[in-house]
Design a binder for this molecule. Structure first.
Ligand code: ARG
Length: 369
């Protein structure tokens, strides 16, 4: 009740047209006494999801927090229904080739009636197939998840480095999960090429256009929406400087450096740095060429400081975690590097409830390689 009240105070302070807080508080108190929980109105849910984004200290892209589209799917009551709505989310998040920040909210946990769980970290991720020689084909981050999916009955994809994993969904933590392939037409992907190097396209690289995080809990006023997948659009560095570059992901820096003819035995040839720049250039070039929404770290850094200023002018603190806000390449060439931030925890927010999926699986890590 205390957490609900705190949220309603925020909601009514920022939504002056919403009417009387006192009568709403009475209603919420009565519902909690009767049922052990309470139900957000659509306006409370919508504002709560937007405020959770606004309060996400790790996200550089919050300038447009107010435009988040909220899909209320709290009445979907089966794993099949959740899978269908996850696929519909991917379709709704893309209009032509433009990406719209979108969240789909499924039923929260209620006393005696747990809501759905999406076991995937994101709605679209690539499988990582563990080979006998210890190497991994695909994304090593999801080798554990891939093995688990196969043990649960997934036949596996064609075996390329970019096979989309199935959705794994259960009602509550203990229940056996449903596996559901994501139809190809719901997965917008961009093949990667470089503006100057024809060999780059022949590497056969690609990435999906929509990052849709599905493993975080949306917390609003004491209510836990454990299944609430949300997406924005990509910043190029997430793909070019992390997913495709990290040594424990696709580890492409040595491959690119070799094609560039750089001396990879000498750290001081800066072959890693030069390979990173070309890879990131290719990511931005390819998304632009395909007409798919993407941002770059210079633009997004500037936008973030605009957002920060707006928040301060509105009399709010803007929580920000320097180590996440600063981009992974060319940090000091962006304005977000040259200052510190308030890193406070505000509510509503997105949170991890670690262990629920692992517990269901008998403690095996599902995201580790
Ligand atoms: N970094 C994650 C990835 O590469 C996605 C995180 C969310 N990113 C975003 N632009 N909304 O898949």
């Amino acid at each position: 009740m205390a957490t609900a009240r705190e949220y309603l105070e925020l909601f009514y302070a920022e939504n002056p047209g919403a009417g009387s807080m006192r009568s709403r508080l009475r209603e919420v108190r009565a519902e909690i006494e009767r049922t052990g929980t309470y139900t957000h109105t659509l306006d409370e849910l919508t504002f709560g999801a937007r405020a959770a984004w606004r309060n996400s200290g790790r996200c550089i892209g919050r300038l447009y927090w107010h435009s988040l589209r909220v899909r209320d799917r709290r009445r979907v009551s089966t794993a099949e229904g959740v899978a269908v709505e996850c696929v519909n989310h991917l379709r709704a998040a893309v209009s032509g080739r433009r990406i719209r920040p979108t969240i789909t909210v499924f039923a929260p946990d209620r006393p005696g009636a747990p809501g759905p769980r999406i076991w995937n970290e994101q709605l679209i991720r690539y499988a990582g197939y563990q080979m006998d020689d210890g190497s991994v084909v695909g994304d090593p981050r999801y080798a554990g998840f891939t093995t688990m999916a196969r043990e649960l009955g997934w036949r596996g994809g064609p075996g390329t480095p970019f096979d989309v994993l199935p959705l794994v969904i259960s009602m509550g933590d203990g229940a056996p999960p449903l596996l559901c392939g994501v139809p190809g037409d719901a997965v917008l992907e961009v093949p990667l090429s470089h503006p100057r190097y024809p060999w780059f396209e022949r590497l056969g690289l690609r990435w999906h256009a929509v990052p849709a995080i599905s493993s975080m809990c949306l917390e609003i006023g004491g209510i836990c929406y454990r299944a609430a997948p949300f997406n924005g659009w990509y910043m190029g560095t997430e793909i070019g400087a992390r997913n495709l570059a990290d040594p424990d992901r696709y580890n492409l820096m040595p491959v690119i450096a070799a094609h560039l003819g750089l001396d990879t035995r000498d750290d001081r040839s800066l072959w890693r740095d030069r390979a990173l720049v070309e890879l990131n250039l290719a990511v931005l070039h390819s998304f632009d060429r395909a007409g798919v929404t993407v941002t770059d770290h210079h633009t997004e850094s500037r936008r973030f400081l605009v957002h920060l200023e707006r928040e301060e002018r509105a009399g709010r603190v803007c929580p920000a975690d320097w180590s996440w806000i600063v981009p992974p390449i060319s940090a000091s060439a962006t304005p977000v590097f040259h200052r510190y931030y308030d890193d406070v925890e505000l509510s509503p927010n997105f949170a991890y409830h670690p262990g629920s999926v692992e517990r269901a699986l008998g403690r095996r890590s599902v995201t580790g390689g």
